[in-house]
Design a protein around this ligand. Structure first.
Ligand code: MG
Ligand code: MG
Length: 248
């Protein structure tokens, strides 16, 4: 059952989303070569709490940190720890907040200093695929139109679209119905309606779309070891079209 949110509920979700967006802006300022992913996670946790919100990922199904931090070949769900961030890395940071009972969820991949053309183009394509998907988040469209739009942008430039993980409805829970795949036919899935709120989150790989899970039980990496990028926004479907809630 897909939850429909009232306008008032969407306004609370916008506050949760803004906190996430502000957190990701802070990360952009603070991310430097030489710091560990654990140090970055501490900044994220402190920042979210300073906004009177709760880090949504901390202890979620046992996840031990406030941000998922995934470097280079890591796709998503990287556990912050002793890994040192280096010049030339791309770092995906996924952040969730809970504010007045509602969730916000957004992710971004950051370049650390000078990065290769391969990584730059991957990041640009992934963000472009997210925006193409968001543009289809409209009342009366099929959910599959979002999926197909993301897939088309990514595959038109030869990238691999991760299939094992998908976007999701979001509200009083981080993960609600419907699932939002980043691939598929535009005719598939439920019809989108005003008041639905979904997290659209393409995970795009330089090489194969196939992924595997590391022995830590969380970290998803590309099967071929090539780089991956991840961009995500929480988006409300309104009578005026898509409304991105995870912006400052
Ligand atoms: Mg997320
Ligand atoms: Mg998400």
């Amino acid at each position: 059952m897909i939850q429909i949110k009232s306008k008032d509920e969407i306004e609370v979700m916008r506050q949760a989303g803004r906190i996430v967006a502000e957190t990701l802006a802070m990360v952009s300022d603070e991310l430097k070569p030489g710091m560990t992913t654990k140090q970055l996670d501490k900044l994220v946790e402190d920042f979210i709490r300073s906004k009177k919100a709760v880090p949504a990922f901390l202890n979620y199904h046992g996840f031990p940190a406030s941000a998922c931090i995934s470097v280079n070949e890591e796709v998503v769900h990287g556990i912050p720890g002793g890994r040192i961030i280096e010049e030339g890395d791309i770092v995906s940071v996924d952040v969730g907040s809970i504010f007045e009972g509602f969730y916000g969820d957004s992710a971004r991949t950051y370049a650390v200093g000078e990065i290769s053309d391969e990584k730059r183009k991957l990041m640009d394509n992934t963000e472009k695929s997210l925006l193409a998907g968001i543009d289809k988040a409209r009342n009366g469209n099929k959910l599959g139109q979002i999926s197909a739009a993301v897939q088309n942008v990514a595959e038109s430039e030869g990238y691999g679209v991760v299939r094992q993980l998908v976007g999701h409805g979001i509200g009083r829970n981080m993960h609600e119905e419907p699932q939002v795949p980043n691939y598929g036919s535009p005719n598939e899935g439920p019809t989108l309606k005003t008041g639905m709120v979904i997290a659209i989150e393409p995970m795009i790989n330089c090489g194969t779309y196939q992924v595997k899970t590391l022995p830590d039980g969380w970290t998803i990496v590309t099967a071929d070891g090539r780089p991956s990028a991840h961009f995500e926004h929480t988006v409300a479907i309104t009578e005026n079209g898509p409304d991105i809630l995870t912006v400052v």
